[in-house]
Design a protein around this ligand. Structure first.
Ligand code: F6R
Length: 610
């Protein structure tokens, strides 16, 4: 999620070159940044909050250095939390992408040993660990690689780190376990980055570091070893992207990239939060635990896609706990009359955290002295700051205007919140079973994404239709709304999203051959009801596309015009596996109709006006 860029050598102007590298990573939308260089045996650093923009560096242009653009996870968006981080003696500097899960235990142990922490970041534990290793091995004359190996062996979680040592001005060490790292090969100096995009202006020759590998880099050499200290052969890849293309990871649009990276973003959202035995841990809610133990009512407040995730959240909270939950659209909430029973909480869901309607609703709720909580992607955003406590999505930056990977991260977070609440209140038996199943999601989601071709063919049939009806029941009803919104905003096709059971109460009058239905009908106990709905549509010559699962497919083979089948999964997780369907349909339809995929007309990523 964060951006990393480093330079090893002395011929170029390192500080300016690193700054250029960081600028080219900024498309990901970062919240703070920093650079360190080695100057006459001293680490010189600058750190800033906000975008890099047109910034110029004030650092001396001496030798090796590295920089970082931060997407905050542990600790707010402040200069002190920005990377690079130093140890107490300012010998080592570390930059890090990832999350250290045993950060609290490590920090406690290091503080006991006398280390002084200056930030709230998990990253700072790495650099103090390194200092500890160095102190304990003074006589052994360990290489920087060996010291990094010993220090990282204590880490749990995910990390891609860059390390420099003020006493070794012409070397750097990288270690990778979970986050991307690429080394750029040129004559006379070397580079490294978290994303090959940033290397492209300088070189097309790169070495991708694999998980559990450590790289030792000097101006003329790159040596790669495993965590177990075995020398590895490093293959040089030649990049054949142009710079613009590469930011999208080889995909033609950010929207497609973000759809396809959902197995990873879901893993990031769940990382460290589901413990053995299905126990859910949400550190951001610790401070309001006692209030939530006795809560009777939760009202989710959000806009657009986030409000549909909220509908799913309300339904799973009611399924797994005795808490009553509902959803209000922020713009409606702001001007309506709403009662709050005793022991209520308002929970704001927002990718950007900057949506004006949501912020206005936060204000109102706070004035009414209701507990206000957030479910936000952008760390340190206005909603995150204005709410009393909350949960971050950790889905990574979403660039495409149409929300995709954030929608699934919102759903899985809401499910974790429901499980956490159930466990907190002693209602957790079912929730533990559900939480254990969540571990399977990423793999199953990859299987759904691999069947993209089938959805592309369906999209080809849809683009010529006058109107499309998305139908769903229960937990899958929010998908009908999201499907209608996605196709409307990306492909500009007229759509309707509604509960399947409402068809006969009006809508079916407007449907015909040119106005087909897409129905979400996995095996969730409603198969026979859904089959009847499909038959009613077919009896009127209305085409029906059935989105079901492996167990459900036999109920529809004789009635559906076409089917798309997802793998079997616990019914409560079905909407998360079905979600990419609506995203891919919208994407493919948009491409076929030559729409502006990443920036649909009249829309903005962050709606900061009412
Ligand atoms: C649709 C979409 C929007 C947002 C809505 C709320 O694809 O992205 O409907 O969900 O504008 O935005 P956030 O979540 O930033 O508050």
């Amino acid at each position: 999620m964060c951006g990393i860029f480093g330079y090893i050598g002395k011929d170029k102007k390192p500080a300016s070159l690193i700054l250029e590298g960081l600028k080219s990573l900024e498309y990901r939308g970062y919240d703070s940044w920093g650079i360190v260089v080695i100057s006459n045996g001293i680490l010189k650093r600058e750190r800033h909050v906000g975008k890099i923009g047109e910034a110029k560096t004030v650092l001396p242009q001496t030798t090796t250095g590295m920089g970082h653009t931060r997407w905050a996870t542990h600790g707010g968006v402040t200069v002190i939390n920005a990377h690079p981080h130093f140890d107490c003696s300012e010998k080592f500097a570390v930059i890090h992408n990832g999350i250290i899960e045993n950060e609290r235990a490590l920090r406690r142990a290091l503080i006991k040993k006398g280390h002084k922490f200056s930030s709230q970041t998990d990253t700072e534990t790495i650099v103090h660990l390194l200092e500890e290793v160095s102190k304990n091995n003074k006589k052994n004359n360990l290489s920087l690689v060996d010291q990094v190996r010993l220090a990282t062996s204590k880490l749990e979680g995910a990390f891609a780190i860059g390390v420099i040592d003020r006493d070794r001005p012409e070397e750097s060490v990288l270690a990778r376990f979970g986050g991307p790292l690429v080394v750029g090969i040129t004559d006379g100096y070397k580079l490294f980055a978290s994303d090959p995009t940033a290397l492209l202006p300088f070189t097309k020759n790169v070495i991708y570091l694999k998980d559990r590998e450590i790289a030792w880099i000097t101006p003329n050499k790159v040596e790669i070893r495993s965590f177990e200290n075995h020398l590895k052969r490093s293959k040089i890849h030649v990049l054949d992207w142009d710079v613009e293309e590469s930011k999208k990871g080889g995909y033609p649009h950010f929207m497609l990239k973000e759809i396809m990276e959902q197995p990873l973003s879901l893993t990031d959202t769940m990382r460290g939060r589901i413990r053995d035995g299905g126990l859910v841990k949400l550190g951001g809610l610790e401070s309001v635990k006692e209030q939530l133990r006795d809560i009777d009512f939760i009202r989710f407040i959000a806009c657009g896609t986030a409000s549909y995730a909220g509908l799913y959240g309300a339904s799973v909270i009611q399924e797994l706990t005795s808490v009553t939950a509902d959803v209000e659209i922020a713009s409606e909430f702001n001007y309506g009359s709403f009662n709050w029973p005793d022991r209520s909480a308002a929970w704001f869901i927002s990718q950007s955290g900057e949506t004006a309607d949501v912020l206005k609703a936060v204000d109102r709720v706070k004035r009414e002295k209701i507990l206000s909580l957030g479910l936000v992607n952008m760390v340190g955003s206005s909603t995150a700051q204005a709410t009393t406590a909350g949960v971050y999505l950790h889905a990574g930056p979403e660039i495409g205007v149409a929300s995709t990977k954030v929608f699934t991260s919102q759903m899985i977070s809401l499910l974790m919140i429901a499980c956490w609440l159930a466990q907190l209140r002693g209602e957790g038996e079912k929730s533990r079973q559900v939480a254990k199943q969540m571990a399977l999601l990423s793999k199953l989601l990859s299987a759904v994404l691999n069947s993209r071709q089938v959805l592309k063919e369906i999209a080809r049939e849809l683009v010529s239709k006058s109107q499309i009806f998305f139908l769903g029941r229960g937990r899958n009803y929010p998908l009908a709304l999201e499907g209608a919104l996605k196709l409307r905003e990306v492909a500009y096709i007229d759509t309707v999203g509604m509960p399947t059971g409402e068809l006969k109460h009006g809508a079916i009058a407007a449907m015909d051959k040119d106005r087909p239905a897409i129905i979400f009908a996995p095996s969730d106990g409603m198969e026979m009801k859904n089959r009847s709905s499909v038959q009613e549509l077919k009896a009127r010559d209305i085409p029906v596309y059935v989105m079901t699962d492996k167990s459900g497919r036999k109920k529809f083979t004789d009635v559906a015009d076409r089917m798309f089948v997802i793998p079997d999964v616990h019914p409560i997780l079905q909407p998360i596996l079905l979600a990419p369907i609506v995203q891919i349909l919208a994407y493919e339809a948009g491409v076929l109709l030559d729409r502006s995929i990443d920036k649909p007309r009249n829309l903005a990523k962050s709606v900061t006006v009412e």
